[in-house]
Design a protein around this ligand. Structure first.
Ligand SMILES: Cc1cc2nc3c(=O)[nH]c(=O)nc-3n(C[C@H](O)[C@H](O)[C@H](O)COP(=O)(O)O)c2cc1C
Length: 343
């Protein structure tokens, strides 16, 4: 694909996500869980501690601005606002796929957010399938160096590629290549989906390959077959894409499966997290970070104030949920304070 095409696609993605209904028809699954309220927490609310250490950095709030964008002027503005709010609150951030900027270094400026967020844990991003289309260790290092990242996220998006006429659909032999990248980079490699989830079976393979953490990026929020559906012209391809609107593993389900099969693995939860309570539940159910894409994007295009207000609300709800379950820190919060409704 040419650079112009990649850039046009990035612009389309932001516009379609903001203007069209691209939501999965699945729920994220967190509605099936509730907190166990503790009427006697024996804690001072003012001492609730939502900090943790991750990959050698101190994180003040366990929130992740999911990988989204870069490559256009509008994307640069969005990245700047998201980086500033991440720095202000000590959150974690990922940029969108840097493929276009590697192929055309002029675009790298739109990803340069370190100057706005010198202290945050920051993740670079590339599509894992690019390892079958000419990218290798060198390009992964370039993506990391371009933004002085602390880790590299490689995204897995087989279904998104398969519904596009121009999609990169050769996923053969990727696990071995991932293992090679993990061995060659000095920093953590994280693997995420883009909204259809990671099964316990795939999580296990990724852990064996040395992947430092996974982000389940499950179903229940942005559906990338729907996003691509709005870019398609041919009626048959549109009909095919529409059939996948309720595809995928809901985020809560993926999180439960992976946390019970691999309790010590570092897992992030994202995909359809909308309310502050979704976020609090995902952390209590074992996620080290709770990520959101669409919700952050929509606040970022309104104003910096609306981003700040949003984070304030999510942070306060998390702290009150910690207090009301008798959890003074995140380690305690992740210790069985939540149950499936009806169990
Ligand atoms: C405008 C936009 C662009 C995105 N671009 C990328 C990307 O470049 N790389 C990636 O790994 N995920 C990308 N994603 C996927 C998100 O990181 C996330 O996995 C997905 O949208 C589900 O989260 P949500 O339901 O909170 O939106 C993008 C999402 C949005 C909304």
């Amino acid at each position: 694909m040419t650079n112009d095409l990649i850039r046009a696609r990035k612009g389309d993605h932001i516009r379609i996500n903001l203007e069209e209904d691209v939501l999965s028809h699945l729920k994220n699954g967190f509605e099936q869980f509730r907190f166990i309220h503790e009427a006697l927490p024996e804690l001072d609310f003012n001492n609730i501690d939502s900090t943790q250490e991750l990959f050698g950095k101190k994180i003040n709030l366990p929130f992740l601005v999911s990988s989204m964008t870069g490559g256009t002027e509008q994307a640069a503005e969005i990245n700047k606002a998201l980086a500033m709010v991440s720095q202000k609150y000590g959150m974690v951030m990922g940029v969108g796929s840097q493929r276009a900027a590697i192929q055309n270094p002029e675009l790298s400026e739109t990803f340069q957010i370190r100057k706005f967020a010198p202290d945050i844990l920051l993740f670079a991003n590339l599509g894992a399938v690019q390892l079958n289309y000419g990218f290798g260790l060198e390009e992964c290092k370039q993506a990391v160096d371009m933004i002085s990242a602390d880790g590299l996220i490689l995204h897995l998006n087989p279904l998104q590629e398969a519904v596009q006429p121009e999609g990169d659909v050769n996923f053969l032999g990727l696990l071995k290549k991932l293992e090679y990248i993990v061995g060659g980079l000095q920093i953590p490699v994280i693997v995420k989906e883009v909204g259809w989830g990671i099964s316990a079976k795939t999580a296990h393979l990724l852990q064996e390959a040395g992947v430092a953490a996974i982000d389940v990026a499950g179903a229940g929020g942005t559906s990338w077959s729907q996003v691509e559906r709005f870019r398609l012209k041919d009626p048959i391809s549109i009909r095919v894409a529409e059939e996948f609107v309720d595809w995928g593993i809901p985020t809560a389900e993926a999180l439960v499966q992976i946390s019970s099969a691999m309790p010590d693995y570092t897992v992030f939860a994202s995909g359809g997290l909308k309310t502050p309570m979704d976020v609090a539940k995902s952390i209590a159910m074992g996620a080290k970070l709770a990520g959101m894409a669409s919700v952050f994007l929509k606040a970022a295009v309104v104003s910096m104030d609306s981003l700040v207000d949003m984070v304030e609300i999510y942070a306060r709800v998390l702290r009150i949920a910690m207090f009301s379950t008798g959890s003074k820190n995140l380690v305690e919060f992740r210790n069985q304070h939540i149950q499936r409704i009806g169990e």
